[in-house]
Ligand binder design. Structure first.
Ligand code: HEM
Ligand SMILES: *[C@@H]1O[C@H](CO)[C@@H](O)[C@H](O)[C@H]1NC(C)=O
Ligand SMILES: *[C@@H]1O[C@H](CO)[C@@H](O)[C@H](O)[C@H]1NC(C)=O
Length: 326
């Protein structure tokens, strides 16, 4: 029944219309993202992406972690718009050499290969930003984590920003708890979202330079764990030497990240601050004990992160090649 039938009092009609206007203006900017966005225009999209991620992970387990991180670093710099995938051009310097990314982000060849398979099936239809979002979900699931329905319909930026990516919007590993909370809050993500998304550090590797100060100078670290890490990360030099973020089960997406924090075996300073006598200790302890709650909250937070400032409608473009504007 329509809301404008003669039986509906006028003031109710205008109330409902006003309510709709409020929702429109609140502009949940993701209003146009939907899980069925490509179901008519690219019905094979999901299996194409999944098999691309599957074969990349079969070649190298770490790639699942790298793709997940790429999505995070894309979303935190001017929204989930595929900007991190753009190489430098004559008119702008891109994000890949910004400090949080330089010598550290990876997975571009995998995205390139998947994009070219997708282009073959449905040319100029699917954005690189959406492909990246899907690869993050598939990576988590293939490595043993939960799965969820991904909202789609993001479009690609025509530009990227070295300065935005360098500005601290992506927090450094030296961050205090307050800085982590602030940086996520600036993107509309709660403290709980921040703590649960940090659980992504259940997979993947970090460079010695990212944790050197922690393993030599900090006291809230398990002594044998510090010694173990010092073996491949010298006081001076070795900056690119790698170590797993999760000392217990580095190739599995599980809740051992939190068990490690409770045991003072967080690798990064920014990991251990989540369980160091502060306001987030109890949440860390809950996730360390309950993998189901971790999975459920992680999914909720990933969907929220994927909703950060997408380009929709006629904004941006559908790139033909992810590394350059059309
Ligand atoms: C809370 C703030 C965060 C900080 C300070 C942080 C910092 C870092 C650092 C320093 C590294 C190692 C980089 C290197 O040494 O090359 C790393 C790796 C990683 N981060 Fe984060 N991160 C944060 C949140 C996140 C989030 C929200 C995600 C995804 C949801 C994520 C996913 C990853 C993954 C999967 C890796 C391993 C990547 C690989 O092996 O290629 N991180 N992070
Ligand atoms: C990025 O890393 C290269 C070495 O690979 C270094 O020469 C350059 O200064 C770094 N750029 C920034 C902006 O830190
Ligand atoms: C330990 O801290 C001192 C004093 O802040 C600093 O000079 C030194 O570089 C740190 N050591 C490492 C390995 O980061």
């Amino acid at each position: 029944m329509g809301i404008t039938t003669s039986h509906t009092p006028k003031n109710v009609v205008s109330f409902v219309l006003a309510l709709q206007l409020v929702f429109l203006l609140m502009g949940s900017s993701s209003a146009q993202l939907s899980t069925s966005f490509y179901s008519k225009t690219c019905p094979k999209l999901l299996p194409i992406v999944r098999s691309g991620v599957q074969s990349a992970i079969a070649k190298e387990t770490r790639m699942g972690a790298s793709l997940l991180r790429l999505h995070f670093h894309d979303c935190f710099v001017n929204g989930c718009d595929g900007s991190i995938l753009l190489d430098d051009t004559a008119t702008f310097r891109g994000e890949q050499t910004a400090p949080p990314n330089n010598r550290s982000v990876r997975g571009f060849d995998v995205i390139k290969a998947i994009k070219s398979s997708v282009e073959k099936a449905c040319p100029s239809v699917v954005s690189c930003a959406d492909i990246l979002t899907l690869t993050a979900r598939d990576s988590v699931n293939i490595l043993g984590g939960p799965t969820w329905e991904v909202k789609l319909g993001r479009r690609d930026s025509k530009t990227a920003s070295f300065s935005a990516a360098s500005s601290g919007v992506i927090p450094p590993p030296s961050s205090t708890l307050a800085n982590l909370i602030n940086r996520f809050s600036a993107k509309g993500l709660s403290t709980k979202d921040m703590v649960v998304l940090s659980g992504a550090h259940t997979i993947g590797l970090a460079r010695c330079t990212s944790f050197k100060n922690r393993i030599y100078n900090e006291s809230n670290i398990d002594a044998s764990f510090a010694k173990l890490r010092q073996r491949s990360c010298p006081r001076s030099g070795g900056d690119d030497n790698l170590a797993p973020l999760d000392v217990a089960t580095p190739k599995l997406f599980d809740n051992y990240y939190y068990k490690n924090l409770v045991n003072q075996k967080g690798l990064l300073h920014s990991d251990q601050v989540l369980h160091n006598g502060g306001s987030t200790d109890s949440l860390v302890e809950q996730y360390s004990k309950n993998d189901k709650i971790f999975d459920a909250d992680f999914v909720t937070a990933m969907i929220k992160m994927g909703d950060i400032q997408p380009l929709t409608g006629s904004q941006g473009e559908i790139r033909k090649v992810c590394s350059k504007p059309n």
